[in-house]
Design a protein around this ligand. Structure first.
Ligand code: CO
Length: 134
């Protein structure tokens, strides 16, 4: 598997109006995109540092994955995303090592990337997303 870098860090938030200005105004990171990923029940608000992005994650529905996370853990880091060269090859390597993924196959995530999530049980406690840019 070839990891190219940290693509983004996903942060679950409760209130975009209240929390976004820290990233955009105080830190001055350019807000490049807001995306409604309805099948995940999430709105992703993306800030690009130029070397890794911050993805603010807002739940659309109480029972979405982010909604459940907020209920259980409160706002905070939800996942880190590593960019890989080849997602299908990466999935094969994960399976070979008995690593627990969420779902068996890659799916299309934010920004149209091919992604798969690795369960925190297999990573030392952090939800890890692998993404291949298409
Ligand atoms: Co992500």
């Amino acid at each position: 598997m070839k990891v190219i870098g940290v693509e983004h860090i996903g942060i679950a938030i409760k209130d975009l109006e209240k929390d976004a200005p820290f990233w955009s105004k105080v830190l001055g990171i350019e807000q490049t995109k807001t995306e409604d990923v309805d099948d995940q029940g999430v709105i992703t608000d993306i800030y690009d540092t130029g070397r890794g992005k911050i993805e603010l994650l807002l739940s659309k529905y109480p029972d979405s994955p982010i909604g459940k996370f907020l209920k259980k853990r409160g706002p905070g880091i939800h996942h880190i995303c590593l960019q890989v060269e080849d997602i299908e090859e990466s999935i094969k390597v994960l399976k070979k090592h008995g690593i627990e993924t969420i779902g068996d196959k890659s799916s299309i995530g934010a920004e149209g990337f091919k992604v798969i999530f690795i369960h925190p049980r297999s990573t030392g406690g952090v939800l890890v997303e692998l993404a291949e840019k298409t």
